[in-house]
Design a protein around this ligand. Sequence first.
Ligand code: GTP
Ligand code: MG
Length: 429
Amino acid sequence: MNVEAIIEEHKSISIEREKAILVGLILVNESEWIVQDHLDELEALADTAGADVVKRITQRKMRIDAATFVGGGKVNEIATECKRHDIDLVIFDDDLTPVQVRNLEKKIQVKVVDRSGLILDIFARRAKTREAKVQVELAQLEYYYPRLIRQWTHLKGSQGGIGFRGPGETQLEVDRRAVQKRISFLKKELDKISRQRSTRRAGRKDEATVALIGYTNVGKSTILNTLSGKQDAFVENRLFATLDPKVRRFEAKPGKPILVIDTVGFIRKLPHHLVASFRSTLEEAEHSDLLVHVVDLSHPRFEDQIKQTRKVMESLGLSKKPELLVFNKIDLLSNSSILERAKENYEDALFISAEKGHRVWELQEKMEELLFQPNDSMELLVSPEQLKNLEENTKNISILNKKWEEGLIRLKLVGKQNDLNNVISGLGL
Ligand SMILES: Nc1nc2c(ncn2[C@@H]2O[C@H](COP(=O)(O)OP(=O)(O)OP(=O)(O)O)[C@@H](O)[C@H]2O)c(=O)[nH]1
Ligand SMILES: [Mg+2]
């Protein structure tokens, strides 16, 4: 049986919801509430994957236990709770090594999944198109490859469900060489898909493109629907609703169409295999003229989400692209102080409610302004350090005509007015 067929089979097996326990470690320099916040998010992930969380177990510890991640006493406590509540799976908030998973499963007698495994599982369920399926399968196989030695037979009950969708159970049947073969086949497929994408992109290279990026569930697809006046992008109050980038053309001003691309959402600790294999999808953001970074202002940890999103952006080489911050869901704010503070802290940002349609016109106008603004230029005299700073930190600006002049450098900057203004304030001129 090929791996793809087995993935399909497993998707169909596990419709029933499973009962889960979440486990988080509080290391010395961490505070309990941050770990609880992370577990809130893990609970949302578990819910999306089809599990109901019955209990959370945390442990304060100086360092991670190499053999079982948490300490021996904690493992016993988890095992007891699993029996008491008839638990199907234990989900750890941090990544576990294959050895830790094996040891834990042996002791707890229930399957053990980590955050990455859970996210991969959700992606496997959500993948609809050929492209998304190939990307998810590749990420899963690379993730599971080092775990092939797991002995599933000792676990209770049937072996379906979370952590087993996708290649999961085939680990017993397919030997490592076959997996390696499949991985190289999938990589070739991805190359093909990536080439097709770039051909498609070449066909629209004269059009202004905007990519909607941001943490998962912030409202990117809702914005796409509101802007294009259609309701065809899939919106859901669960994590990772969108896996395939949708492109919509909308024409606010005649003759000046804008292509808006909706992308897959980011999350804290997005598994690196996933980032790597979703590269071709995320290339859409790489090739856009403007990134609209959407933030859910009603989320208590929105600032951390901005940070996490920027981290992923950096790893994808997107941090130098022009970025417009858009705070969404302002209709959900119960007091105005959050909005006021955010407006002070993020002066250039926009504040909208995509669902209610509040101030979405501002987003349209701002996108047009940033995309269709003519280039401007200015001349500057800078020190070598300032030039270095410019070269490293300026977004979307060309630095031309560099000439030495008495220990300083005369140069010309070409770019949009906004970007040029940012340069001037950045250099303190
Ligand atoms: N109250 C309120 N809810 C919103 C707003 N915008 C989006 N939502 C809701 O937030 C949830 C997530 O919206 P999506 O548009 O699917 O979010 P997304 O960023 O595309 O999420 P992923 O594709 O999972 O990354 C849905 O339940 C939306 O109805 C808003 O302005 N106000
Ligand atoms: Mg979406």
